[in-house]
Design a protein around this ligand. Structure first.
Ligand code: GLP
Length: 238
């Protein structure tokens, strides 16, 4: 594992953008896995800036997203579909056939198709992920099998509580579709972005703790090419 320490969340996102940009400009037809969440927002802004100002070309990049809420329509601003179109897909020259987004009406058959699409793209070269405060990666909640594949999952109570800010009094999705931990581990390189105090326990578990299903992010320690970019707030110095 390689740990890159950056001064704050903004610098974490910028470093991630630098690595993604370097990957897509050196490998033709590369497949990348991209996350949602607050942490990578600055990464997308920087990638769009590089597209506009430095002609970073997305036309042959194959994009796979990690997860999606079940039952939230595509055009709802809280869907990951909307997130990806607002943050990146609608702002860069991504080719429509190269975009692979999970459906909010996903079924086990569409999950298997998603895995087949990844294989058909030659496997994911670089998978960028964030981590939930409960240690989830994508929506692999605590207890997820470390060899899990793309599937429908129930969201953990701790995740639902964290979503209250976003959903307020409105009904929250209780399920999601997510790529599995096994799917993530098959990516040739994994880039994990961790910023903020609330991620400290999850990151500490990844670095020092046992590899166990109750902290899904800990599974990444078994990956042979993992880079973690973190800010000091997320790193446990005790
Ligand atoms: C979300 C997503 C994850 C994301 C995580 C962290 O629920 N399912 O893929 O990495 O939570 O989000 P944030 O960056 O907002 O803390």
């Amino acid at each position: 594992m390689r740990l890159i320490l950056k001064p704050d969340g903004k610098a974490v996102a910028l470093e991630a953008a630098r690595i993604v940009a370097d990957t897509i400009s050196t490998i033709l037809d590369v497949a990348i896995g991209l996350p949602t969440g607050r942490t990578p927002v600055g990464m997308y802004d920087e990638l769009v800036r590089l597209h506009r100002e430095a002609r970073l070309d997305f036309s042959r990049v194959r994009i796979f997203t990690l997860d999606e809420y079940i039952g939230i329509p595509q055009n709802d601003p809280r869907s990951f579909y909307s997130y990806m179109w607002t943050r990146l897909l609608g702002r860069a020259n991504v080719t429509p056939e190269n975009i692979h987004l999970h459906s909010s009406t996903a079924t086990q058959a569409s999950c298997s198709q998603y895995e087949a699409d990844i294989r058909a793209a030659g496997g994911i070269e670089l998978l960028v992920a964030g981590v939930g405060r409960n240690g989830h990666i994508a929506f692999n909640e605590p207890g997820s099998p470390l060899d899990s594949r793309t599937r429908l999952v129930d969201l953990a109570q701790s995740t639902l509580e964290g979503m209250r800010d976003e959903f307020g009094d409105q009904e929250q999705p209780k399920q999601a579709v997510t790529i599995g931990i096994g799917t993530i581990l098959e990516a040739r390189r994994v880039l994990l972005l961790v910023a903020g105090e609330s991620k400290k326990a999850a990151l500490s578990g990844l670095i020092h703790g046992p590899i166990q299903a109750c902290n899904p992010v800990s599974a990444l320690r078994t990956h042979s090419n993992l880079t973690v970019i973190a800010d000091p707030a997320a790193v446990d110095t005790a």
